[in-house]
Design a protein around this ligand. Structure first.
Ligand SMILES: CC(C)(COP(=O)(O)OP(=O)(O)OC[C@H]1O[C@@H](n2cnc3c(N)ncnc32)[C@H](O)[C@@H]1OP(=O)(O)O)[C@@H](O)C(=O)NCCC(=O)NCCS
Length: 278
């Protein structure tokens, strides 16, 4: 078996191999070529730093590396089911860490779905330490909303993509790779709503409104009770987008999460964020 840079393969080949590694995955996430290309663009995945494990022309597995300044992010790691437990996952990890070292990165980040013991054990073995647990939450559309919440609202301001990026760049909490301003900047057509409450509370939400789904939701509370302001901001958002279902990725279990739940979001699955120095 040898490792080759992913840049030596086409997106079609990488997509096929990736899908093969995920046939028995705990959260099904099939990809197509356009989505993998979009994923690499939005999350700054470098195919030159990413690795494919090959044996006699057959792809055994792959792993990808996102690169931002001195930070790296391991993603899409997987080995085809028939070839597991033979050291391929470890070889891919070594290849990705070496690629990061060569580029003088100082920290490598990743996430693993809670309950994915093989991958979690692999990352612990490679010296990764847990930093926090993140929630992937979803919400079904509701045509009937609790209108009493709108009595709390004093003013709503609609903002465009550029304003959304400015809001995101002023966040106080450290965002996860998916939600970093760099990721959001790479997304086209973000929208934002700034909501002021009569009691002085203030917060905003940035999001991408697709035809069927709201994605890339990020809420920040700048003044007031985090749960109340989050619930109100989300109520305003969902009043304007009644038909779409929503997904909010990598939320922390903090008071804002209570506001998300009050607005109808439920815990779909959890990720464990991990990091190690290089
Ligand atoms: C996680 C995965 C990449 C591991 O690949 P692999 O080729 O089987 O890994 P290796 O043979 O190099 O094993 C290395 C270490 O991983 C851990 N590991 C791998 N499979 C494991 C299992 N079934 N149970 C517990 N630990 C396991 C062990 O720590 C192992 O070290 P050990 O052999 O000294 O015990 C593979 O199981 C996979 O592709 N899973 C599906 C996709 C996935 O979960 N990707 C990760 C997304 S974050």
């Amino acid at each position: 078996m040898n490792l080759q840079p992913a840049s030596e393969f086409t997106y079609e080949q990488l997509t096929d191999a990736y899908n093969e590694t995920r046939v028995d995955y705990m959260v099904p996430m099939p990809m197509n070529v356009a989505r993998l290309m979009e994923y690499c663009r939005v999350y700054d995945v470098s195919l030159e730093h990413s690795c494919v494990a090959v044996e006699e022309d057959a792809m055994l597995g792959l792993g990808m590396l996102g690169v931002r300044e001195e930070r790296g992010w391991i993603t899409r790691l997987g080995v085809l089911p028939a070839g597991r437990r033979k050291g391929t996952g470890s070889a891919l990890m070594m290849g990705l860490l070496e690629a990061g070292e060569k580029d003088s990165l100082d920290t490598i980040w990743l996430e693993v779905i809670k309950g994915n013991t093989p991958a979690h054990q692999l990352f612990l073995k490679f010296g990764f330490k847990e930093t926090r647990e993140l929630i992937v939450a979803r919400r079904a559309p509701k045509t009937q909303l609790d209108n009493t919440i709108f009595d709390k609202v004093k003013r709503i301001t609609t903002l465009n993509h550029e304003d959304a990026i400015i809001l995101l760049s002023h966040r106080e909490e450290r965002p996860n790779w998916l939600n970093e301003t760099e990721s959001q900047q790479n997304v086209r057509n973000l929208s934002a709503l700034l909501v002021e409450l009569k009691n002085g509370g203030r917060g905003w939400v940035t999001y991408h409104a697709g035809l069927l789904q709201l994605t890339r939701l990020i809420v920040e509370v700048t003044v007031g009770d985090p749960a109340e302001v989050t619930e109100t901001v989300l109520a305003v958002l969902h009043q304007r987008h009644k038909r779409q279902d929503s997904i909010a990725e990598n939320l922390c279990e903090d008071p804002k999460w209570i506001g998300f739940q009050k607005a109808g979001y439920f815990d779909s699955f959890r990720r464990i964020e991990m990091k190690r120095p290089l």
